[in-house]
Design a binder for this molecule. Structure first.
Ligand SMILES: [Zn+2]
Length: 78
């Protein structure tokens, strides 16, 4: 998953980004947090997922709160 979704063309491969939903996984130190239904633009060629800066900040907030719960696995909706 990569931040910054400016433009419709994937800068990695030249494919076209399509609006969709992505699943974001992060390490919390003691476990992992899985955040589902993240709005993203997904490249139709290489499959790279692009999220906005705003969405990336919200993801970071989810990871911070998951970290404080000390669970081995947490799955949350975006
Ligand atoms: Zn691509």
């Amino acid at each position: 998953m990569t931040t910054n979704a400016a433009g419709k063309i994937c800068p990695l491969c030249g494919g076209t980004k399509q609006p969709g939903k992505a699943t974001f996984t992060a390490e919390t130190g003691e476990g992992v947090v899985v955040i589902r239904n993240v709005p993203a633009e997904i490249c139709d060629l290489c499959g790279e997922e692009w999220v906005s800066v705003k969405a990336a900040k919200e993801l970071e907030a989810h990871v911070q709160s998951a970290r404080q719960k000390h669970l081995p696995v947490e799955v949350v909706p975006f």
